[in-house]
Design a protein around this ligand. Sequence first.
Ligand code: ADP
Length: 569
Amino acid sequence: MSSNAENDKKSIPDIIIDKTRNCSYQRLRFFGKGGFAKCYEIQHTGTKEVFAGKIVPKSMMTKSSHKEKMAQEISIHRSLSHNHVVGFHSFFEDVSNIYIVLELCKRRSMMELHKRRKAITEPETRFFMHQILEGVRYLHNNRIIHRDLKLGNLFLNDELHVKIGDFGLAARIEFEGERKQTVCGTPNYIAPEILTRKGHSLEVDIWSLGCIMYTLLAGKPPFETSSLKDTYKRIKECEYRIPSSLRKPAVEMIVMQLQEDPLKRPSVDKLLQHQFFTSGIMPAALPLSCLTTAPRTDQLEKLALQRRPLHQINSNDDGRCDEKFSVPNGLTESQSNRQHLLSLRQQLVKLLCSKRKNRLQVLTDELSDPAAQPLVWISKWVDYSDKYGFGYQLCDESVGVMFNDTSKIVMLANGVNVHFITREGQEIYLTMDDYPPELVKKMKLLSYFRRYMSDYLMKTGASAVVRESDGLSRLPHLHQWFRSTLAVIMYLTNGALQINFQDHTKIILCPLMQAVTYIDVEKNFRTFRFSTIEKYGCDEKLFNNLEYALEKLNSVLGMPAVTPMMSCS
Ligand code: ADP
């Protein structure tokens, strides 16, 4: 165990005691690490309520500016209470740490959503932006400038409701017309007037909101370059390009927010009234599958709060054809799969080269990144390919079959919705009791596979709950699989490559999160970013697994079996 982990064990107790309130919390799983804080799931030992415990070691608070910042963060956050702001429960300290007890946002942040999805659909953007604006309206009404609104500070709960968090750079406006002169820290979507030190106020948040909206719809931030210097130059000159795929109301709203002159930017109230919110579908709820996969476009309308006026639905005059049917980045399933595989291969080559030197480091929990853990993996499989095909169950208890003719079928965990994917990759949406006659045999086989897996392989008793948002749900499905003497290799349409080894250990590689998950025999999941392994190395077992993955990737991609050593030189 590294000294890092030992220190943690010593300084963060398993039972955390709040002396002032005379209560305690049990420390549960590690949730993530920030600049100063470590975050754990913690449970109140009395009420059993679960929270996020943000824990900051006092040893890190060396400078007085750190202490001031922390005091400011707590002072502001504790005064807030709103549906779209992370709930502040309490704070306290012991000899070693400061503890902040917050509402737990189980679905991480919009940053992970962005990494997995890149550009999201317009209806989803509407759903999220509306909530974010409600939260910022509350802050601004209370004269709080957040000053670091970014995807990583927009947390998500199980309903995919947005909660604004991290008030580390926030400031309170003390008097009417006050212009703040400095920020102690570096905001991510920094406004030009902060860079030029002209004095700033609430409008900096509107700028950040423009950057957020752009990033959600375009799939990348507006001012991104390869160097910070160039990015800052572009920000000061307000130089950005809007992709032509965006529709007019969205473009207009982004342009309003990304104006160099802060006084020209609209207030939150104005933005909430923008045509963007009324010119298209506003989903009442989104399914959790949206964290990995674009929702079903055919169903958005049914679940909409508002409908677009009929005359607009089929017309082109609002800039684009139909918002509902935009294929993400215009690639076919197999093209986009090949891209994922190629980028994964490249990441593995880089990783395996870099870490020959320090190959035997044992990675500790604190070096893991639970936020990068896959949301979807294959929990069971049945190979019946000598007759029909390959059946599998995903971790959410949905099931799928890849038939020998390479068509596929997927049944959601609710046991009702069924998606058929033709050999050409076209998706057709069915239900258990509504499907065309030519699919009778395949539906029978699906049921057969499902029953087999639940009778022989599952824990059974999956409580099938039908949610209204299931109608929007789409899942990644199995794109390819094969077996070797050592392992089963399965490859999902979201880019994840899963290898189940004969010794019952597994790895899941994700090119989007750039991370590997190692699952041991006891089914413990630990996810490490490739960059962490590059820096610290990893144990021999994981290293060998990664080498094996590269070997298999090379053969899937039809590339010569170069060893990393050769390709490095
Ligand atoms: P820092 O201020 O030191 O950068 P962060 O606020 O980024 O710390 O928190 C550290 C980690 O904890 C991040 O991975 C973040 O995603 C997670 N986190 C913070 N607050 C919550 C919360 N309320 N619910 C769930 N996770 C949280």
